[in-house]
Design a protein around this ligand. Structure first.
Ligand code: PLP
Length: 403
């Protein structure tokens, strides 16, 4: 074929893939930092704490012992056993290690699951605001994301009636995230039970992203997999080491669910990445089986920051902020400020808002549009209290300068 007739070397999937808006904002902020600009970053989706020492030591020990070779593609048997024990202890969920696949981060788990269950013509229901990667992953599997908007009066959580209405004969799965990125909202057991009733009456699966499970403030964590007995066989639970143990760079995520589905996930992974990094798997055994005091220490610190940041945001005119009960994000509504100008620059929409905040007062946030909610911006408080204080001073100044 001559180059004149070839339109592109890229596949349709690759052409349509969008860059993650979160990573794009972080990259822009980093470029400014490299130029010596004092940027305060509220954009990163990762804990600011170091990985706890005993976990690092387990990786060093694994290295010293020569555990540097391929492991079983779906993960070390000892790790899958530790994960099964975690599900039993924390969630009351009994999984056989054969129902568990360890992947290179929860993002990889989610990607594999979608590849394993979705295809052309399928639909996956995603409540908005959603984590940026869900629609992209659904599309990458050839399926169609069906976005269901939620309302602030419902805590930005999907209502059972809205779920019922969104289900069609093509629906394959509901993708649920609690605690939520980006809103920080946490579904209660009763709310999950009401959603589970709808799921149980329809022939659909649930992908339950529970990566922020350990980061809840004053409310209990509940999994939809336990909301109704029927749901256990319909839910694929996703979790990982990144957020709870501050191990984002180690790239360990895992999923558990119905045997047939998880076997397919394992087969697909065996033909792509194979196993997650061996020494990171050993480190995760130590994380899961070791003292959980480190998680609690980090959780308490996040809770203090959340209280501070919510209080400050609520005191800024034009900014409306609900109280997140989990994760490490706040998702204030800033749409009351749209249409105003900062030093002549029109702020219309969340992208313009995030860009102006970065350029004018050097704070990096993430526009809500990336999460399917343009009226909002996301701020991560996985950064020191000192930086949070300074960043909020700047945000407040920026808002006061709007006209
Ligand atoms: C909701 C949600 N799910 C999954 C992930 C992926 O985490 P991991 O680092 O384990 O790939 C993230 C990370 O930002 C997330 O926010």
């Amino acid at each position: 074929m001559s180059t004149a007739t070839r339109k592109t070397w890229l596949s349709r999937r690759a052409s349509e893939a969008e860059e993650s808006v979160t990573l794009a904002m972080t990259a822009k902020a980093n470029q400014m930092k490299e130029k010596g600009i004092d940027v305060i970053s509220f954009s990163a989706g990762e804990p600011d704490f170091d990985t706890p020492e005993h976990i690092k030591k387990a990786a060093i020990d694994a290295l010293a012992k020569g555990h540097t070779k391929y492991t079983a593609a779906s993960g070390l048997p000892a790790l899958r056993k530790a994960i099964a024990a975690k599900f039993q202890k924390d969630n009351g969920l009994a999984f056989d290690p054969a129902q568990i696949v360890v992947s290179c981060g929860a993002k990889h788990s989610l990607y594999n699951i979608m590849q394993a269950i979705l295809e052309e013509g399928d639909e996956a229901i995603i409540p908005a605001p959603y984590w940026v990667s869900y629609p992209a992953m659904v599309k990458a599997a050839g399926a169609t994301p069906v976005i269901v908007n939620t309302e602030e009066k419902d805590g930005l959580k999907i209502r059972p009636e809205a779920l019922r209405e969104a289900i069609s004969p093509r629906t394959k799965a509901l993708i649920l995230c609690s605690p939520s990125n980006p809103t920080g909202m946490v579904y209660s057991a009763a709310e999950l039970a009401a959603l589970a009733d709808v799921v149980a009456k329809n022939d659909i699966l649930v992908i339950s992203d529970e990566i922020y499970e350990k980061l809840v403030f004053g409310v209990p964590f509940a999994s939809i997999a336990t909301a109704r007995p029927e749901l256990k066989d319909r839910t694929i639970v996703v979790n990982g080491a990144s957020k709870a143990y501050s191990m984002t760079g180690w790239r360990i995520g895992y999923a558990a669910g119905p045997k047939e589905i998880m076997a397919a996930v394992g087969r697909m992974q065996s033909q792509s990445t194979s196993n997650a990094t061996s020494i990171a798997q050993y480190a995760t055994i130590a994380a899961l089986e070791g003292d959980q005091g480190c998680v609690e220490k980090m959780r308490q610190e996040y809770a203090k920051r959340r209280d501070y940041i919510v209080g400050r945001l609520r005191s800024i005119p034009g900014v409306a902020c609900g109280e997140p009960q989990g994760a490490f994000y706040v998702f204030p509504r800033v749409s009351a400020l749209y249409g105003k100008r900062h030093q002549g620059q029109l702020i219309q929409g969340s992208v313009a808002m995030a860009e102006a905040l970065l350029e004018k007062v050097h704070i990096a946030t993430v526009p809500g549009s990336g999460f399917g909610a343009d009226g909002f911006i996301r701020l991560s408080y996985a950064t020191s209290m000192e930086k949070i204080k300074e960043g909020l001073d700047r945000l407040e100044r920026f808002v006061r300068e709007l006209s």
